[in-house]
Ligand binder design. Structure first.
Ligand SMILES: C[S@@+](CC[C@H](N)C(=O)[O-])C[C@H]1O[C@@H](n2cnc3c(N)ncnc32)[C@H](O)[C@@H]1O
Length: 214
C-alpha cells in the first residue's frame, strides 16, 4: 500500500517549479477530447453534463473541454497538490477545483455524469480504491474516459502497452491492462473495446480506458 504523503510533496515541487507545463502538449489529450466530442455529437450526452477530472493538475484539460467541446458542461477538478489547485483557480476561475485525494473525494455518490482522468490514476495510493471511487462518483450509465500509462509509455523500445507489471506501486503503479480492467469490471464499469480509442486517434489504444458505468 502506498501513502499519499511522499507523492504529494513530489507533485508540489513539480508545480512550484512549473515543470508541469510540458504536460499540456501530451498528444493523448486530443484522444479524450475527440471521444467526448463524438459522444456529444451522437446525442449520447447532453449540453449540461456534470463532469469531473480526477488528478486535474491546474485544470488545463478541463479548460480545453470548455473551449473545444462544450461550454455549458459543469466542470469540476480534483488534485491533491495545493500548488496546482491554487494556480488552476487563478488561471481558470470558472472551474470548480478542489484539493483532496482523488481516490477518496468529498462528493456525494453518483454526482457526475462524466468522469475523466489523464495520467493520474497510476499515482493514486491504491488501484482498487481508485476504481471504486470512479464507480461511486458516476451515475448509472455515466461515461468514463481515462488514460492510464504503463511503464511501456516511457520506454522507446516497447510500444506494446501493458506488457509490464510491477506490483510495488513505486514510483507509480505499472499494471497490465488486464489488471486495471479487472479492477474496473469488479466495480461495474463496462469497458469499450480499445478500438474505440483508436477511432479517436489513439496511437497507443491500450492505455485508454473508456466506457460506461452499468
Ligand atoms: C502526471 S500528472 C497529470 C496531470 C493532468 N491530468 C495532466 O494531464 O496534465 C498527475 C497528477 O495527478 C495528481 N495526483 C497524483 N496522485 C493524486 C491523488 N491521490 N489525488 C489527487 N491527485 C493526485 C498530481 O498532483 C498530478 O497533478
Amino acid at each position: 500500500m502506498n501513502s499519499v504523503g511522499g507523492r504529494k510533496e513530489y507533485y508540489e515541487r513539480i508545480f512550484e517549479r512549473h515543470l508541469d507545463e510540458g504536460w499540456d502538449a501530451a498528444p493523448g489529450k486530443e484522444v479524450l477530447l475527440r471521444a467526448l466530442a463524438t459522444e456529444l455529437s451522437a446525442g449520447r450526452l447532453g449540453s449540461s453534463e456534470r463532469l469531473i477530472d480526477l488528478g486535474c493538475g491546474t485544470g488545463f484539460l478541463l479548460s480545453r473541454i470548455r473551449s473545444e467541446v462544450c461550454d455549458s458542461f459543469e466542470l469540476f477538478g480534483v488534485d491533491f497538490a495545493d500548488t496546482a489547485i491554487a494556480k488552476g483557480k487563478e488561471l481558470h476561475p470558472s472551474l470548480q477545483l478542489f484539493c483532496e485525494d482523488a481516490s477518496a473525494t468529498h462528493f456525494d455518490s453518483e454526482y457526475f455524469s462524466i468522469l475523466i482522468s489523464y495520467g493520474s490514476m497510476e499515482h493514486f495510493p491504491d488501484p482498487a480504491q481508485a476504481a471504486h471511487e470512479v464507480a461511486r462518483l458516476l451515475q448509472p450509465q455515466g461515461l468514463f474516459l481515462m488514460m492510464i500509462p504503463t511503464l511501456g509509455v516511457y520506454r522507446v523500445d516497447r510500444d506494446d502497452e501493458g506488457w509490464y507489471e510491477d506490483l510495488t506501486g513505486q514510483p507509480q503503479w505499472n499494471l497490465k491492462r488486464e489488471t486495471w480492467e479487472a479492477h474496473f469490471r469488479r466495480n461495474g464499469l463496462r469497458l469499450w473495446d480499445s478500438a474505440r480509442a483508436k477511432e479517436s486517434g489513439a496511437l497507443k489504444p491500450g492505455v485508454f480506458y473508456f466506457g460506461y458505468r452499468s
